[in-house]
Design a protein around this ligand. Structure first.
Ligand code: ADP
Ligand code: 5GP
Length: 229
């Protein structure tokens, strides 16, 4: 079934890019929205592939022209999803996946209540720190201040997990990939994936989820505010 809008958010370093790139190889008919950003390209990133890289002036012109479905400032740069991405996926007859931060996700949930939102959590603060460090080392950038900033931001973002329809913990990679795939396929109506997808619903008490939130300093209670259910 085409036309489903999936939103995926995760604190930086949780493994979202890793999971999403595996999902791409496993699920057909899923279009990945290419966001606009004012940050500079990293490593081998190319304009029009990972992002459309643009200037602050051009981004602000697009905000004024109402070109964005949502936009936000993340770590000092603008990021936004163009409304044209929705039209493009619809024209192709595909579902669309948005990889966006919590601020942007909340905007989309409000505008498009049928969107299927998924939050990816790291297993613990210690593992998140280790993953951030490993990735920095692999990219040959070691800035402890940036890592500490991202860890602090992660705690804030994770308090919003209950606003999402699904949450999964990226502990063992292959399990997390299987859960992500099950969510997408279950939402498409493939019933054999319903049971696994249901274990990731935020409206069912999940001891695993509560334990992770507790480790990050949240009580892990189900919020009374759950805009997406
Ligand atoms: P994000 O896109 O959320 O910022 P990445 O996908 O870049 O995160 O992952 C951060 C680091 O953690 C990378 O070095 C990646 O290889 C590693 N990683 C991702 N998932 C797992 C996992 N399940 N177990 C161990 N390491 C992982
Ligand atoms: P990065 O710079 O590491 O690629 O992305 C930083 C953060 O910006 C990630 O959390 C990513 O999900 C988020 N992001 C990427 N594109 C968008 C977008 O279009 N809108 C919003 N709100 N966030 C985005």
């Amino acid at each position: 079934m085409a036309g489903i809008l999936f939103i995926i958010s995760a604190p930086s370093g949780s493994g979202k890019s890793t999971l999403v790139s595996q999902l791409r190889t496993l699920v057909e008919g899923l279009e990945f929205s290419i966001s606009y950003t004012t940050r500079a390209p990293r490593g081998s990133e190319e304009n029009g592939r990972e992002y459309y890289f643009t200037t602050r002036e051009e981004f602000e012109r697009m905000i004024a022209a109402d070109d964005f479905l949502e936009w936000a400032e993340v770590f000092g740069n603008y990021y936004g999803t163009a409304i044209s991405a929705l039209r493009h996926a619809k024209d192709l007859g595909k579902d669309l996946l948005l990889d966006i931060d919590v601020q942007g996700a909340l905007q989309v949930m409000k505008k498009m209540p049928k969107a299927v939102s998924i939050f990816i959590l790291p297993p613990s603060p210690q593992i998140l720190e280790q993953r951030l460090k490993n990735r920095s080392a692999a990219e040959k950038v070691t800035d402890e201040a940036i890592i500490q900033k991202r860890l602090a931001a992660a705690k804030g973002e994770m308090t919003k997990v209950w606003e999402y329809k699904y949450a999964l913990v990226n502990d063992v990679l292959e399990n997390a990939v299987a859960e992500l795939r099950a969510i997408v396929l279950s939402e498409r109506g493939e019933q054999e994936f319903d049971d696994l997808a249901k274990t990731c619903r935020t409206d069912t008490a999940s001891p695993k989820l509560s334990a992770v939130l507790e480790a990050f300093g949240d009580k892990g209670q189900i919020s009374t505010v759950n805009v997406n259910l």
